[in-house]
Design a protein around this ligand. Structure first.
Ligand SMILES: [Zn+2]
Length: 364
């Protein structure tokens, strides 16, 4: 197998980066009409901005309201709309689900895709992957496309006013990168781009973890003050760029596998991707029987910034063995991410690791 590394064609981040959209599009040779997809909140907040910024330079655009879940029908509806309206470039403004839906529609049409994340809540923006859910919000599968976004444009002033819980969840998602990269490298597992990991991807994972430990706590202070300060800038880059290209080119393993499996338990649905991934990290470290110091550092970080470290923190109960067994069975189904661990993983090992993570999280 070859070593493969993949990334967006361009990543631009900074306060008021939204103003740079026309210049960035011109630089990349992208033109309108633009189809802008966003949920109700971002549509209301950003419509006047798009009108001013794009209208000034004569780039035609139209808006489409995102229905709320990245499902096959939502992707198909968007694909048809883009085709009917002759949109040459698709832009998604919002969180992971609106980005994933728009990315999938762009890929189906082979048209350029611009990701404009308004929260730093997941590792999705830079990736070439869409996570598909069914209409009940249960994880279904993920689709991998040929190309990463043509442009990822990140306005840190917008993210500085984003909801605290989403920002924290982004750090939970980013927390997993280095550990899943390590597992995949050890097992010589395939990354999400169809190759083995590179030195670049491993180093990006390490940098992601280092930035979280150094800046995570201060970034929350920046967020609370609504300012795009240096720590917030660094955490936005960790959550979005480092975690995004890190996971994709280094690989995923138990932490995301546990996340995906947890969606079978109704109680976990109200928790965010990154919150469940953070607990998944703890489960992975237990499964791998890692050093207590490493586990301790992860638990302390999660505690300090408000990420879950217990089953109760993700809507589960330690004595609800029925749900834990259901999750363990889903996690260990053939072809699931947990099998990227460098050793065979059984359902009973997963139940034990779920309970061990809960015990450690409650004790520390
Ligand atoms: Zn993730």
């Amino acid at each position: 197998m070859q070593n493969v590394f993949s990334s967006p064609a361009r990543y631009t981040q900074g306060p008021n980066a939204i103003e740079q959209l026309p210049a960035e599009m011109a630089f990349l040779g992208l033109s309108g009409p633009l189809l802008i997809v966003s949920g109700p909140t971002m549509t209301a907040k950003l419509s006047p901005e798009w009108q001013r910024i794009l209208g000034d330079v004569g780039i035609p655009f139209r808006m489409h309201l995102f229905p709320g879940e990245c499902t096959i029908p939502a992707i198909e509806e968007l694909r048809c709309l883009a085709e009917q309206t002759g949109a040459t470039t698709l832009l998604a403004a919002g969180g992971g689900k609106v980005l994933d839906t728009t990315r999938a529609a762009s890929a189906a049409l082979s048209r350029p895709f611009i990701a404009f994340p308004t929260v730093a809540s997941t590792d999705s923006p830079c990736s070439a992957i869409s996570v598909i859910y069914d209409h009940r919000g249960v994880y279904d599968t993920f689709h991998t496309f040929a190309r990463n976004p043509d442009l990822v444009l990140v306005d840190t002033q917008i993210i500085a006013t984003s909801p605290r819980r989403y920002f924290i969840a982004g750090m939970g998602d980013a927390l997993s990168t280095v550990f899943e990269a390590r597992a995949c490298a050890k097992g010589k597992r395939e990354n999400l781009r169809g190759g083995l990991t590179t030195i670049a991807a491993r180093e990006i994972g390490e940098a992601c973890y280092r930035v979280l430990m150094e800046d995570g706590r201060d970034a929350l202070a920046d967020l609370d003050a609504g300012r795009a300060g240096p720590s917030l800038e660094r955490i936005v880059e960790a959550n979005t760029l480092l975690s995004g290209i890190g996971f994709e080119s280094a690989g995923l393993a138990a932490a995301h596998g546990i996340h995906n499996a947890m969606t079978v338990a109704e109680g976990t649905h109200q928790y965010l991707h990154g919150e469940k991934v953070a607990f998944g990290v703890l489960v992975q470290l237990m499964l791998e029987k890692q050093q207590p110091e490493e586990i301790e550092q992860v638990i302390r970080f999660c505690r300090d910034i408000g990420l879950p470290t217990t089953l109760a923190g993700v809507g589960l109960a330690a004595d609800d063995t029925e749900s834990l067994e259901l999750i363990a069975r889903a996690a260990t189904s053939p072809g699931e991410l947990i099998h990227n661990e460098p050793f065979p993983v059984t359902a009973s090992q997963v139940v034990n690791a779920l309970q061990a993570a809960d015990t450690a999280g409650n004790q520390s």
